[in-house]
Design a protein around this ligand. Structure first.
Ligand SMILES: *Cc1c(COP(=O)(O)O)cnc(C)c1O
Length: 373
């Protein structure tokens, strides 16, 4: 007889043998870029808090005021009694920033994708997703019951081929892509995708988790989702679209219906952060400038976003490079399969407006000195 614990032990041993077991390290983020672990302070290149807004005084003050006025938790789902007055300002702000008629805020980006995609497509429909799309888009597509096919990464020719061959066999068709890819930092050719969507009577949906405030997309998708947990420094997810689409999402997305509304403080902080993102161009342009400084210094392809991968192929090498940086006081997380395809284990660097040039150059020096770049 195999006990549950035996079974778990076996699964863990297998992961460990492939260097794919993950661990949680207690990390105390003391400002936008510093992380304290086991008593030592590191400069982190592994936070998605691109503008350091999680620790911005206005963002914190908005959260504290909401906490005091409305309490710690929302008490119910939004459709019951959890829809506190702070949601309206946040959704208005999101719709304005994205240039859509309406927006709907979810508990997280993950929940937004799991909720929205099954509202837009189902059995008998076709979903075409970029091969490197985030796990939660793929999970949402699977949950929808639609047929899913994946097109080669950022490749409009392959997307066109799939549309030509398969579009007519299905009723509705949705094209899914990220705007800025979370693990590669490159940007999708949205203009070409939008034109294909139009030509084949399909709808384009984008995941802008890493693009908010960073990159003005070259074309706007009908459905734009994203997160408030990265550049906005708070927590939550959203979808922006036409009034009708948002109304349908509000009334039928299961992850909105059956999950508690966000804590009021998260909503108020997100709104305060978006106000800063919308108005402070010096702040929002800096992460990309620093990323480009880093890629230039190391002779890598020029950064297209604040995310820069250093591909080291095997998990072993990525872990060793991560350790070398850690010894020198820098955190850059090793990303391994299944987060990225086998053979593409990497260090993933994210740059924040709060990094100094000296910190960026310091991390690059360590990589050079150890033969990783
Ligand atoms: C982080 C991320 C999400 C999930 O957002 P959360 O708010 O963290 O749940 C969705 N899509 C992409 C591309 C992401 O990087």
């Amino acid at each position: 007889m195999t006990t549950l614990d035996d079974s778990a032990r076996e699964a863990l041993a297998l992961l460990e043998s492939k260097l794919l077991k993950r661990t949680l390290a207690t990390s105390e983020r003391t400002d936008g870029v510093s992380v304290m672990r086991s008593g030592r302070t590191y400069v982190s290149f592994s936070c998605n808090d691109y503008f350091g807004l999680s620790h911005h005084p206005d963002v914190i003050a908005a959260g504290v005021a909401a906490l005091q006025q409305y309490g710690a938790g929302a008490g119910a789902s939004r459709l019951v009694t959890g829809n506190h007055p702070l949601y309206e300002a946040l959704e208005d702000m999101l719709a304005r920033m994205k240039g859509t008629e309406a927006a709907c805020v979810f508990g997280s980006g993950y929940l937004a994708n799991l909720g929205v995609i099954p509202v837009l497509a189902g059995s008998g429909d076709l979903i075409l997703a970029d091969r490197l799309s985030h796990a939660c888009m793929l999970d949402g597509a699977r949950m929808s019951g639609a047929t899913m096919m994946r097109f080669a990464h950022n490749n409009p020719e392959h997307l066109a081929l799939l549309l030509r061959e398969h579009r007519k066999e299905y009723q509705r068709c949705i094209i899914l892509t990220e705007t800025v890819f979370s693990m590669d930092g490159d940007r999708a050719p949205l203009g070409a995708f939008a034109a294909l969507a139009k030509g084949y009577n399909a709808w384009l949906m984008t995941d802008d988790a890493h693009g908010l405030g960073i990159a003005e997309p070259e074309a706007h998708a009908e459905v734009q989702m994203g997160t408030l947990s990265k550049g906005a420094g708070s927590y939550g997810g959203y979808v922006c679209a036409s009034r009708e689409v948002v109304e349908l999402v509000r009334t039928s997305a299961r992850t909105l219906m059956f999950s508690t509304a966000l804590p009021p403080a998260s909503v108020a902080s997100a709104t305060a952060a978006l106000n800063i993102i919308a108005s402070d161009k010096a702040l929002t342009s800096r992460p990309l400038q620093l990323a480009q400084r880093f890629t230039q210094f190391l002779g890598l392809d020029e950064a297209q976003s604040p995310i820069v991968p250093l591909i080291l192929e095997e998990p072993e090498r990525a872990l060793a490079a991560s350790r070398a940086l850690e010894e020198a006081g820098y955190l850059a997380h090793a990303i391994r399969p299944p987060t990225v395809p086998p053979g593409t284990a990497r260090l993933r660097f994210t740059f924040s407006a709060l990094h100094t040039e000296a910190q960026v150059d310091g991390a690059a020096d360590v990589l050079k000195a150890n033969g990783y770049a």
